[in-house]
Design a protein around this ligand. Sequence first.
Ligand SMILES: [Zn+2]
Length: 187
Amino acid sequence: MKKQCSKCGEWKELEEFNNDKKSKDGKGWECKECRSIRSVLYYRNNKDIIKTKTKNYYVKNKQKCTRRENDRYHQNKKEISIKRKIHRRENKEKINYQDKLYYQNNKIKKLISCKKYKTNNREKVNQWSNEYMKKNIKYLSDWYVLNRITNQFDIKRSQITPQMIQIKRKQIMVHRALKQFKEVINE
Ligand SMILES: [Zn+2]
């Protein structure tokens, strides 16, 4: 059986319409395609309103929302893991870089672990170290690190190996991290 879509006017199979309990034939007045176009357009035109509304709803119904998200995750586990795999494959370089950052980040966190402080102020420390990594990693170029080594030690540029630069970079990072960490504690 076919039905005419009131929006695009095309005759389509019933399964191409969403269910609607209120209508006589149990199907909506517009086809699925028209409906999705309409919702995309609606979202595009009302982005800000929708965002604040969803945010407000989420804040008010936090428990309900997390429960629903968990349910959705468990129902679509397979699909989600496939999507993640595809995403990882398509963004390999970016993710590798993120992993690297994450690893370094954690290393510093371990180094500065003043355990009691960390457990009591987990959020603060996490936020701080994320910001720290973002801000500082780009300033530690090879060139900069090389200069630090030649300033500090009686050594020629040609004698400096990439490993030395790596070690020095880490040392500078840890040193800076400790300094900032102390500032955070004293806040
Ligand atoms: Zn239609």
